[in-house]
Design a protein around this ligand. Structure first.
Ligand code: ADP
Ligand code: MG
Length: 162
């Protein structure tokens, strides 16, 4: 039986990382979800979390730049199929701040939440459907996806069958 809880792939360069973002979007487009899809992006500074997010956001139809939400904490993209909320919580000093930002409204049925440094948000965040870990392999990267919900398993199943 195929293991639907786990997927990993070698990512030789930046454009392959963006390309992988497109594959994630294809997989997401093939699962019905009547709730938010929550993805935690883990990896050291410079690992490629924002680069992968850019690939995902552009694959969903965004044409312009994708800037890192380092200072704004969250950037919103209203795209044809989904609204994407891209978070970078590195500079969040207190998870309570997320309450004031109206975070509860972000995890709605049509949203895709991409969260860098999710550990800083603690219990204010929805649980992840998918955990993505990016590791350095010399100057390249290895990406690892772990399903953390039935929806996450469906997404990985799609990735493996595509
Ligand atoms: P993070 O958001 O994890 O801090 P960024 O995506 O902002 O990281 O930056 C990743 C940096 O690493 C970029 O400058 C990118 O050009 C570079 N890079 C080199 N190889 C890769 C790769 N295989 N995948 C993604 N980024 C890579
Ligand atoms: Mg980043």
């Amino acid at each position: 039986m195929t293991d639907v809880s786990h997927y990993s792939q070698f990512i030789p360069n930046e454009s392959a990382m963006c390309q992988f973002g497109h594959r994630i979007v294809e997989a997401i487009n093939n699962v019905d979800s009547n709730k938010a899809i929550t993805v935690y992006l883990n990896g050291e500074l410079g690992a490629g979390k924002t680069t992968l997010s850019r690939g995902i956001i552009q694959a969903l139809g965004h044409q312009g730049n994708v800037k890192s939400p380092t200072y704004t904490l969250v950037e919103e993209y209203q795209l044809p199929k989904k609204t994407v909320y891209h978070f970078d919580l590195y500079r969040l000093s207190d998870p309570e701040e997320l309450e004031f930002m109206g975070i509860r409204d972000y995890f709605n049925a049509n949203s895709l939440c991409l969260i860098e440094w999710a550990e800083k948000g603690q219990e204010m965040l929805s649980a992840a459907d998918l955990l993505i870990h990016i590791h350095y392999v010399d100057s390249a990267r290895n990406i690892e996806l772990i399903a953390n919900s039935p929806l996450g398993e469906k997404i990985i199943t799609q990735l493996k069958t595509a």
